[in-house]
Design a protein around this ligand. Structure first.
Ligand SMILES: NC(=O)c1ccc[n+]([C@@H]2O[C@H](COP(=O)([O-])OP(=O)(O)OC[C@H]3O[C@@H](n4cnc5c(N)ncnc54)[C@H](OP(=O)(O)O)[C@@H]3O)[C@@H](O)[C@H]2O)c1
Length: 356
């Protein structure tokens, strides 16, 4: 596909948060998008973005020591509050769900395409949850949104960070063999809880065997992404002392018997529309299969393929469900900011940006 003739100005809501900072980092050198407006709470509005990021205990990316270097020229932008008028046709939302809903609706009504990480609108019937390699066709749902039908904007969402990795790991199996049931046990990183998870004192020498609302989100979002309201999805979600990278222990029941080589081939040959279109943020391969007995591990594998792939290993037959394996996904890259940016690239390609 041809790149846009000039970079598209984009606005970022929640720019000071853990996911917002990852967005700014990934947008710094983006070939299609230029970060033009940054938005945070009234507590931060009026400050230059760089100054807000430089406040004590305000920088959350452990893998990037210098906030100013990370966000580049965006450091000079002045933070807006969310009631202000925005010019950018494309808006990324990294707001918490307690505030995101009405802000995103207003921006869509005003003509912006809002690409959201918040759960507020995910389960609205006319709002798609899109994993670009898995269900790009779901973008068509925006035609049912009243604002879009009036020639204005729309809301599209990416899934919760855990669901993003699960959907990528299951899609090759579902596509090749059919999928009947899945059970997943998660070991989720601290950054998945945003600032609350990253601020000191951090979890150490311990785990938390409960993440509020997470198991329900895995069920309903996975069913919506696959368009299968009957899919059996069980989950136990835990928080572990890893900074970035959600590790999932998955058991899957397939619709037919298959050999291990066929399952490995399904993972390694899986590809999608972002790869066919050559979208700028597309990983080379959405799923990487690892043969080493102790892979995948967060510290070794989460950043491979720019943190945009899901890493699968430890595939073995199960006694309860057919196949067991481990899947690892970078939660703030593929599971949040990077996944949203890839989705926005697909939306640009489909002509959904800049209508209003
Ligand atoms: N962390 C992950 O791995 C992950 C993955 C997928 C999805 N998500 C979702 O992404 C969203 C952001 O998560 P996070 O972890 O980045 O949260 P976070 O670190 O708590 O950041 C929240 C952001 O929202 C801003 N904000 C708060 N109240 C506001 C208001 N009234 N108006 C405008 N801005 C306001 C904050 O600005 P101030 O700095 O001014 O307070 C901050 O920029 C959540 O919906 C979360 O569920 C997170």
């Amino acid at each position: 596909m041809a790149a846009p003739s000039a970079p598209i100005p984009v606005a970022l809501l929640g720019a000071t948060g853990a996911v917002g900072q990852r967005f700014a980092q990934l947008l710094r050198d983006h070939p299609w998008f230029r970060l033009a407006e940054v938005v945070a709470s009234p507590r931060s509005a009026g400050l230059p973005y760089g100054a807000a990021l430089g406040r004590p205990e305000s920088w959350w990316l452990d893998d990037e020591p210098d906030p100013l270097a990370a966000v580049g020229r965006a450091a000079d932008l002045v933070l807006l509050d969310s009631t202000m008028h925005l010019e950018s046709p494309l808006v990324f939302s990294a707001l918490g769900a307690s505030v995101a809903g009405p802000i995103e609706s207003r921006l869509a009504a005003n003509g912006h395409l809002v690409v959201s990480n918040a759960r507020s609108h995910r389960m609205d019937p006319d709002v798609p949850i899109v994993v670009p390699e898995v269900n790009p066709q779901a973008l068509e749902l925006v035609h049912g949104q009243p604002s879009f039908a009036r020639g204005r904007g729309a809301i599209v969402t990416n899934p919760n960070c855990t669901t993003a990795g699960l959907a990528l790991a299951l899609a090759p199996l579902r596509e090749a063999f059919g999928l009947e049931a899945v059970y997943v046990f998660t070991m989720q990183a601290l950054s998945g809880a945003g600032r609350a998870g990253l601020a000191p004192p951090r979890l150490a020498n311990d785990l938390v065997p409960f993440i509020a609302g997470e198991e329900e989100k895995l069920l309903v979002e996975t069913r919506k992404i696959f368009g299968d309201p009957q899919l059996a999805v069980g989950a136990t979600c835990t928080r572990v002392p890893v900074v970035d990278g959600h590790t999932l222990v998955v058991s899957a029941k397939l619709a037919r018997e298959v050999a291990k080589d066929d399952v490995v081939r399904a993972f390694t040959e899986f590809t999608g529309e972002p790869q066919r279109l050559g979208l700028p943020s597309a990983p080379v391969a959405p799923v990487h299969y690892h043969h080493e007995p102790d892979a995948p591990r967060p510290s070794r594998h989460r950043d491979l393929d720019r943190g945009m792939a899901t890493h699968v290993g430890r595939l073995r037959p199960g006694m309860i469900l057919d196949w067991n394996f481990v899947a690892l996904t970078h939660n703030t890259r593929r599971g949040a900011a990077g996944g949203s940016i890839l989705l926005a690239e697909l939306a640009v390609e489909r002509g959904l940006v800049g209508r209003g």
